[in-house]
Design a protein around this ligand. Structure first.
Ligand SMILES: NC(=O)c1ccc[n+]([C@@H]2O[C@H](COP(=O)([O-])OP(=O)(O)OC[C@H]3O[C@@H](n4cnc5c(N)ncnc54)[C@H](OP(=O)(O)O)[C@@H]3O)[C@@H](O)[C@H]2O)c1
Length: 257
């Protein structure tokens, strides 16, 4: 399988290309890269193939990954010749893409091969294509097929937000501590302990969050007092409203694409 990546030196493109080679999914010579900025020779020490144009990449590749920014898509003039296309462009809906396209939504953790990448298959995508797509996307982490463009918008609002909501939470924690006279660096370390320390403890436990919250509430200690106040003040409603606003924005961006 030859995989061609348009925008293969960008953040997502290079992360995927490198991961495809280094996880053994394809040989280096089977990766074809198209850039705008010329051909730098080796790609992370690998001897890959370079394309001179979109048409040249399509001719060389079995699977075409479109990893340019959404605003660069209209000028690309991709004639995919019926080949399988994987678009990672946020906000570009399936109706604007060739029929045999999978729309995938990786996140910045692709660089660490820890992306969560939901994807949606277009009407011309075959069962065999789906297997191919899963092979490609799992090079950069985990992935799930989803059922609708709406679910892609929901994923854009949630996993696609990366560390944004954690950053907002950290800002609130740090602000609270500093207002109580705690030195900034101590406040920052405390917030880091609260957020980054929680991450490995929560990993793989999302099916248990209901029980986890209840354990803290049942303990009837300081954390229970804090959680109870957060719930009274509408913490969960605020999060849901924020995610709904982000989903609406994703939908509006797709509608105008
Ligand atoms: N970064 C993320 O976390 C993330 C998450 C989800 C989805 N996405 C999507 O992934 C796509 C790529 O994002 P990115 O962050 O990797 O952007 P990026 O770093 O800007 O990479 C895009 C690359 O595409 C190249 N390019 C643009 N037009 C081209 C053309 N006609 N031919 C060949 N190469 C071309 C650009 O070259 P120049 O350097 O010359 O401009 C650049 O290297 C976007 O559509 C974005 O919506 C990104």
């Amino acid at each position: 399988m030859n995989v061609g990546i348009i925008g293969g030196l960008g953040w997502i493109g290079r992360s995927l290309g490198r991961a495809l080679i280094e996880t053994g999914r394809i040989a280096a010579g089977d990766l074809v890269i198209l850039t705008r900025a010329g051909q730098p020779g080796e790609f992370y020490g690998h001897k890959v193939a370079w394309a001179n144009s979109v048409a040249d990449l399509v001719a060389q590749a079995d699977v075409i990954v479109v990893s340019v920014r959404p605003q660069d898509w209209p000028a690309l003039d991709l004639q995919a010749q019926g080949k399988l296309v994987i678009s990672v462009m946020a906000g570009v809906p399936l109706r604007a893409l060739p029929p045999r396209t999978v729309r995938a939504l990786p996140n910045a953790a692709a660089e660490l091969r820890q992306s969560y990448t939901p994807w949606l298959a277009g009407p011309g995508v075959t069962a065999e294509d789906r297997t191919t797509v899963a092979q490609i996307l799992t090079a950069i982490g985990t992935c799930d097929a989803v059922d609708s463009e709406h679910q892609i918008d929901l994923m854009t609002a949630t996993a696609g937000a990366g560390p944004a909501y954690s950053a907002l939470l950290a800002r609130a924690i740090i602000g609270f501590l500093q207002a109580e006279g705690v030195r900034p660096e101590v406040a920052q370390r405390s917030a880091e302990a609260m957020i980054c320390g929680a991450a490995p403890l929560m990993a793989g436990k999302m099916a248990e969050v209901e029980d986890l919250v209840q354990v803290f509430l049942d303990y009837k200690g300081t954390t229970a007092a804090g959680l109870t106040r957060a719930m009274e003040l509408g913490f969960e409603q605020a999060v849901k409203a924020a995610l709904a606003a982000a989903t609406d924005k994703a939908r509006a961006m797709s509608a105008s694409a």
